[in-house]
Design a protein around this ligand. Structure first.
Ligand SMILES: Cc1ncc(COP(=O)(O)O)c(C=O)c1O
Length: 460
C-alpha cells in the first residue's frame, strides 16, 4: 500500500473526526458565508505527482475551493428550486459513502430493498396508488428521461413493435403534447431519439402556464387516433402553475396517449391540505417525475421515477446480456430499471429524512415554505418599484421591476454581490423577471424580512 494511503488508513478515525469538525464549521458558518458570489473562473492546476494525504487534500480544498462555494444549503438561497439537506438526510449521505453499496442487483446485500422501502414511502407521501412503483435516479431530468423512455416503449407496444429492440426510427415521427414543458423534456427527447422538435406546444389558459384542456383535446383529436405522449406539468418553474391532471387523464377515454407528469417539486403540494387539490389526479398518470434534492431536502443528487408499467420499464433498461447480473425476471433489480448499471445507493438520504421526520416533519417544511413565499409576495407587492408577475400559487415568487424590467439583470447581479441572498433571473411572458423559490428546510420569516429589506434597498 502507498505510504500516504497506509498512513490515512491507520489514522482513519482521527481524520474522519477532523472532516466532521470541518463540515460542522461549514454548516455553522452558513449564515456568514456569502449566499452566492459572482463566479471567478479558476483554471485547473497540474495533477499532483506526489499527493499530500487526506489532511493535505482537505487543507488544499479549504484554501483553494471552499471559500468560493455558495451557501446553497442555507436559508436565503432562493435560486432555481434548491433544497438544503436536513440533518438526517446529510447523515444518510455520509453513511452512503461509508457503506459504499452498489444497489445494481440483489446478489450480495439488502441494499436494493432499502430503495424499495424508500420508494414505497415516497409513493405514500404523494398519495400515489399501489400500482405505481418507484425507482431512484439522479435528478428530475433523468426521471423525465426514464418516464418518457417508458412512454416511448408504450408507443411501440401500440404499434406492435419494441422500440427497445428496433430503435426509435421504427416508430416514425412522434408527437409530444404539452402546455409549458420544462426544458429537460426537450433534452430527454433528444436523448431518446424522438427529437426536441417532437414537442408540440398546446395553448395555455389565458394569463396562465397551465394547459388549456379543451385545446389539448382538439390537438389529440387532430392526431386522428395516432398514439402519442402528453407531458402534463405539476408546478411550472416560473409561476408554479398546475395542469388539471384529472381532466387530462380523463381524455384517455377518447384518445390513446401516455400521460407523463413532471411533478419535480409540485408533487409536494400534496403535503399541504390547502394546496393538495393542485395535484389531484396525479395517481392517474402513467409515469411521474419527482425530484428529491429539491423539496425533500436531501443533498444532491436524487430523484424518483414512478410508473405503473414496470414491465415496459424493464424492457427499455434491461441489461440482459450480462450473465453475471442474473435474469430480468418479474421483479427486476435496479440495474434493469434505469440508465445506470452501477451507482450510489441513492435512496439512503431520503430514507433517513423520512425515518427521522416522517410525513408530518416534511409537511411542516412544505407548509412553512409556502407561507414564506406568500409573505415575500406580499412584501414585494407593497414595495414601490416592483411588480408581481403572477400570484404566488405555491413556493415561487415571480416578479419584475415595475418601470424598467430590462434592468432585472443588474438587479440580479446586485443581489448576488450583496451576499445576502440569491435569486435567479427568468423571462416570463416575454418580460425579464426574477424568481424567488422557497424549498429549504431552514428558511424562516426573519430570512424573508432580510430579503424584502434588501430588495427595498436595491430598488431603482
Ligand atoms: C419542473 C422541473 N422539471 C425538471 C427539472 C430538472 O431537474 P434536475 O435539475 O434535478 O434534473 C426541474 C428543475 O428545476 C424542474 O423544476
Amino acid at each position: 500500500m502507498h505510504p500516504l494511503l497506509g498512513d490515512d488508513l491507520a489514522r482513519l478515525p482521527e481524520l474522519l473526526d477532523e472532516t466532521r469538525a470541518y463540515a460542522v464549521r461549514i454548516l455553522q458558518g452558513l449564515d456568514d458565508r456569502p449566499v452566492a458570489q459572482l463566479p471567478v473562473r479558476r483554471e485547473p492546476t497540474p495533477l499532483p505527482a506526489e499527493g499530500s494525504g487526506l489532511k493535505g487534500a482537505m487543507e488544499a480544498f479549504a484554501e483553494r475551493w471552499e471559500a468560493g462555494f455558495a451557501a446553497s444549503a442555507g436559508p436565503r438561497y432562493l435560486g432555481f428550486v434548491t433544497g438544503g439537506s436536513t440533518p438526517a438526510a446529510l447523515a444518510g449521505d455520509w453513511l452512503t459513502g461509508a457503506l459504499d453499496q452498489n444497489p445494481t442487483s440483489r446478489v450480495d446485500s439488502t441494499a436494493p430493498d432499502l430503495e424499495r422501502e424508500a420508494a414505497s414511502w415516497l409513493r405514500e407521501l404523494f398519495g400515489l396508488p399501489a400500482e405505481h412503483q418507484g425507482t431512484f435516479v439522479s435528478g428530475a431530468t433523468m426521471s423525465n428521461l426514464a418516464g418518457l423512455a417508458v412512454g416511448r416503449e408504450w408507443l411501440g407496444e401500440r404499434h406492435g413493435i419494441s422500440v427497445a429492440e428496433q430503435g426509435a426510427a421504427a416508430l416514425g415521427p412522434v408527437t409530444v403534447l404539452s402546455g409549458t414543458p420544462h426544458s429537460s423534456v426537450g433534452k430527454a427527447l433528444s436523448l431518446l431519439g424522438l427529437g426536441r422538435s417532437a414537442i408540440r406546444r398546446v395553448d395555455t389558459l389565458p394569463g396562465r402556464e397551465a394547459v388549456d384542456v379543451a385545446r389539448l383535446a382538439e390537438a389529440l383529436e387532430g392526431l386522428g387516433g395516432r398514439p402519442t405522449i402528453v407531458v402534463a406539468n405539476a408546478g411550472t418553474v416560473n409561476t408554479v402553475d398546475f395542469d388539471d391532471l384529472r381532466a387530462i387523464a380523463a381524455l384517455r377515454e377518447r384518445h390513446p396517449f401516455w400521460l407523463h407528469v413532471d411533478a419535480a417539486f409540485g408533487a409536494f403540494a400534496a403535503l399541504s391540505p390547502a394546496h393538495a387539490h393542485l395535484v389531484d389526479g396525479l395517481g392517474e398518470a402513467d409515469s411521474v417525475c419527482v425530484d428529491l434534492h429539491k423539496w425533500l431536502n436531501v443533498p444532491y443528487s436524487g430523484a424518483v421515477q414512478f410508473t405503473r408499467r414496470r414491465d415496459l420499464q424493464a424492457r427499455v433498461f434491461a441489461n440482459s446480456a450480462a450473465a453475471y447480473l442474473g435474469p430480468v425476471g418479474d421483479d427486476p433489480d435496479p440495474v434493469h430499471l434505469t440508465p445506470e448499471n452501477s451507482r450510489r445507493l441513492l435512496a439512503v438520504p431520503a430514507w433517513f429524512t423520512l425515518a427521522a421526520y416522517g410525513r408530518e416533519g416534511h409537511a411542516e417544511i412544505v407548509r412553512r415554505d409556502i407561507a414564506l413565499a406568500e409573505l415575500l409576495g406580499e412584501r414585494i407587492a407593497a414595495l414601490p418599484g416592483y411588480r408581481l408577475l403572477a400570484p404566488v400559487r405555491l413556493n415561487v415568487v415571480c416578479f419584475t421591476l415595475a418601470e424598467a424590467p430590462e434592468r432585472t439583470g443588474d438587479l440580479v447581479t446586485a443581489i448576488t454581490e450583496s451576499g445576502e441572498a440569491f435569486l435567479t433571473p427568468t423571462v416570463y411572458d416575454g418580460v425579464p423577471a426574477l424568481r424567488a423559490a422557497f424549498s429549504n428546510w431552514r428558511t424562516t420569516e426573519a430570512d424573508v424580512e432580510r430579503v424584502a429589506k434588501l430588495l427595498e434597498r436595491l430598488a431603482p
